[in-house]
Design a protein around this ligand. Structure first.
Ligand code: ZN
Ligand code: ZN
Length: 247
């Protein structure tokens, strides 16, 4: 039995580009067979739905509503919901896993942190940093910038790059990310980067159920995944280790 986790999903509560509410996203994810979902709304440095000028604690309270609504729905219908966020730095984006709302409230310095400082702060308290879609080219990303020394894992499979219905279709963006992760021996993740209920099916398969986002983060770091998928192709761990290319 395998357990499937969506690691990259947006809600309309937290992300300006989110098309569906957290509850709608969670119902769709349950329907699609996921064991769990990480809510990764865009933070203050990205396409956040919240007024960045709010006092910090108020900002965090608003920002976490996507997760909280998703969690309430998940508890009701039986799907695990974990907290994360997508941190933006002029278009270069990272998913932070393994920390919670209380951590955000008590670390307002994260708002002004650069990429190096983000890594230090997140790691100090047991979180992890995943560089997502590192090779995506779009108008909102002025340049590809890589930070292997401040990254724990790389999103090598982003379904928006391989599904023609995704909004950033270009499979080479994933191929390059795969090469990059291998070159620096970084852990690997897969996610859909989905903003609506037309889920793309991306995610990570494990052979056990994770109890919280901290456990999921350490399973990713320890490379305990059984397989990664973009929703149409499934790559086993062995294939990922042996095959020189994805496509
Ligand atoms: Zn978005
Ligand atoms: Zn995203």
């Amino acid at each position: 039995m395998l357990y499937k986790y969506e690691t990259h999903l947006h809600t309309s509560e937290g992300s300006k580009c989110g098309k569906n509410t957290a509850a709608e996203m969670i119902c769709a994810a349950k329907e699609a067979g996921y064991t769990g979902v990480v809510i990764t709304d865009h933070n203050w440095g990205g396409n956040t739905a919240i007024d960045r000028n709010l006092p910090w604690e108020e900002y965090v309270n608003e920002f976490c509503k996507g997760y909280e609504n998703a969690k309430a729905e998940g508890d009701k219908i039986g799907i695990d919901v974990f907290f994360g966020w997508e941190a933006g730095y002029r278009g270069t984006e990272f998913i932070i896993l393994g920390l919670d709302k209380e951590w955000l409230i008590s670390h307002p310095e994260i708002k002004e942190a650069d990429i190096e400082e983000q890594f230090r702060l997140v790691k100090k308290d047991g979180g992890m940093v995943i560089h997502v879609h590192p090779y995506r080219e779009e108008d909102y990303i002025p340049e590809v910038r890589l930070y292997p020394e401040f990254t724990d894992a790389v999103e090598i499979i982003n379904s928006a790059h391989t599904n023609p219905e995704g909004n950033h279709y270009e499979p080479m963006f994933n191929e390059r990310a795969f090469e990059y992760a291998k070159k620096h021996n970084l852990a690997m993740t897969a996610g859909s980067d989905i903003h609506n209920t037309g889920l793309l099916g991306g995610g990570i398969y494990f052979n056990r159920r994770m109890k919280d986002s901290r456990e999921l983060a350490s399973a990713i770091l320890n490379r305990e995944h059984e397989a990664l998928t973009d929703g149409s192709t499934i790559w086993s761990k062995r294939e990922l280790e042996k095959e020189p290319t994805l496509y």
